[in-house]
Design a protein around this ligand. Structure first.
Ligand code: F6R
Length: 247
């Protein structure tokens, strides 16, 4: 069973995970981190920035690879995940910008870009810690539920619900959210030495229960984490509330 930690609030989840990451960085300053975007990690990034300002989190030797990026946005587009990371983390800590990686969503050949990105993760020695959120449909990265899933970083089609969930950065219009993304594949994610999935809020309670207690299936991509020997899930009480009743 996946190691599960439940905190009383989303804020406590953020503080605990940020502190854990700061400690990991103290032990191994050259960590290679897999990073998520979205609503869930924002408080964690805020806590990490605070720890950095207090002198407790040094990113100077760390390397980051984000899980995904939208295809087709021009460089610097405010809705891009590169812009998100800049706003929430990169601009505020001492990461070397050459060591912060996201797929180039504007690449002329997105498939070739996906292959290049996967190779770059390999060349960096793979991910030490992959930090993940979970979509309401169970996606990790942008690996949407399907009969089969790409093992390696690939170009993926986004489901309408996923585009709607990302509409805020596109003037609230789901129709403006790109239809494709480049996402780390599930094999790339599962190759990380440690995986940490964060989920907060009552709207994640059903999918968290399915992913952690249900069968392992590509129809719930996060359920594949049950196969990882060092995966942990950090939840607030609201996201954990269906765990006990699930059967
Ligand atoms: C984002 C990502 C996605 C999100 C998921 C949850 O980089 O890979 O899997 O983690 O869609 O998003 P939020 O946190 O906004 O609910």
């Amino acid at each position: 069973m996946i190691h599960t930690v439940i905190h009383s609030s989303a804020r406590d989840v953020a503080e605990a995970v940020a502190l854990f990451l700061a400690e990991c960085l103290q032990e191994d300053p050259g960590l290679v981190l897999g990073l998520p975007t979205g609503r869930t990690p924002v408080p964690m990034y805020r806590a990490l920035v605070r720890l950095h300002r207090q002198g407790h989190a040094d990113f100077s030797s760390a390397t980051t690879f984000n899980l995904d990026e939208f295809v087709g946005l021009p460089a610097g587009h405010p809705g891009s995940y590169r812009a998100f990371m800049q706003r929430h983390l990169f601009a505020h800590v001492n990461l070397n910008s050459a060591q912060t990686h996201l797929p180039h969503g504007g690449a002329a050949n997105p498939r070739a870009e996906a292959a290049r990105y996967d190779a770059a993760i390999g060349a960096a020695g793979g991910l030490d810690i992959a930090i993940l959120g979970i979509g309401a449909n169970g996606h990790i990265g942008f690996n949407e539920p399907a009969a089969s899933l790409p093992a390696r970083t690939n170009v993926v089609a986004l489901r309408p619900g996923t585009r709607a969930a990302n509409a805020a950065a596109f003037g609230g219009r789901a129709s403006r959210v790109p239809v494709r993304a480049i996402s780390m594949g599930v094999g790339t994610i599962l190759s990380a030495r440690h995986v940490l999935l964060l989920a907060t809020g009552a709207d994640k309670a059903d999918i968290v229960a399915k992913a952690l207690r249900g069968p392992v299936t590509t129809r719930v991509p996060a359920s594949l984490l049950q196969l990882h020997p060092r995966a942990a899930v950090v939840l607030d009480r609201a996201a954990a509330k269906k765990l006990t009743s699930y059967c």
